[in-house]
Design a protein around this ligand. Sequence first.
Ligand SMILES: Nc1ncnc2c1ncn2[C@@H]1O[C@H](COP(=O)(O)OP(=O)(O)OP(=O)(O)O)[C@@H](O)[C@H]1O
Length: 303
Amino acid sequence: MSVLTLENVSRWYGNVVAVNGVSMTIGPGVTGLLGPNGAGKSTLIHMMGGFLEPSAGSVTLDGTPIWRNPDVYRRLGLVPERESAYDFLTGRQFILAMARLHKLPDPDAAARRAIDRVEMEYAADRQIGNYSKGMKQRIKMASALVHDPPVLLLDEPFNGMDPRQRLQLMDLIRKMAAEGRTILFSSHILEEVERLAGQIEVIVAGRHAASGDFREIRRLMTDRPHRFLVRSGDDRALAAAIIADGSARGVHLTPKGLEIEATDFQRFTWLLPRLARDAGIRLWEVSPSDESLESVFSYLVAR
Ligand SMILES: Nc1ncnc2c1ncn2[C@@H]1O[C@H](COP(=O)(O)OP(=O)(O)OP(=O)(O)O)[C@@H](O)[C@H]1O
């Protein structure tokens, strides 16, 4: 069993603090590292992959520090976010080169196995530069798998993929997890993480903001106060009805419409049309005014 442990890990670049006092444990199965752009996901993944030294704290695999430890590198595979710089090589040449770098006893057989694993045999002799986004992602995956590591780290693996490629990759990741691997992937899309990850770690502005299964994370994200902008046939009367009902924390009449802060998202969206109907008021528009992922995340960090 392979367990990654981060204890109070920080990483700064000059005076930019990219990761700030993060502690987490990542065990077998699929874990999703969720956070907005710039949250520090790549920095964390690079520290777990042994590519970057933590400025403070410790990152270990089964108790052994990862940084500058080639024995541990053999047990890790990392798929970086950026595209491969080896566009001039064929897929097979690239994977073979990786197998040789790892000094595997039979590089040809290992390369064949890895290419087979990601179902790229049919295109293995074409140049990487001519691959589609999904194919590039799969060949990168093969390069991380060539030494059959028990731990796989994937940085934004679904970026730029079409829905079919996304499903294929999800399938592959699930299969590899079912074999007992410890897999961590980063994403800024909650739905993606929900579909694949048993465990979710949320990172915002370099800090560990939340941890749990998708139900817990979804609940944290929907149980916060929600702001809506509502326009109706009679905003003033609707405001009075909402205040009388007591289902909102704040109601403000503005030139754009009613700004409402609801404490219970589900109850409010159920209740609002009924309140309007009972008061004989026509609803024109109900739009969430703080639904961006950034605001959801900032709510999580502020807790
Ligand atoms: N080499 C570097 N030098 C200086 N600052 C850096 C460097 N790498 C990352 N940063 C900064 O550290 C912070 C975290 O970056 P990081 O790439 O880890 O985030 P991320 O969550 O992976 O975001 P993205 O998905 O956009 O890559 C950002 O503010 C970024 O600008």
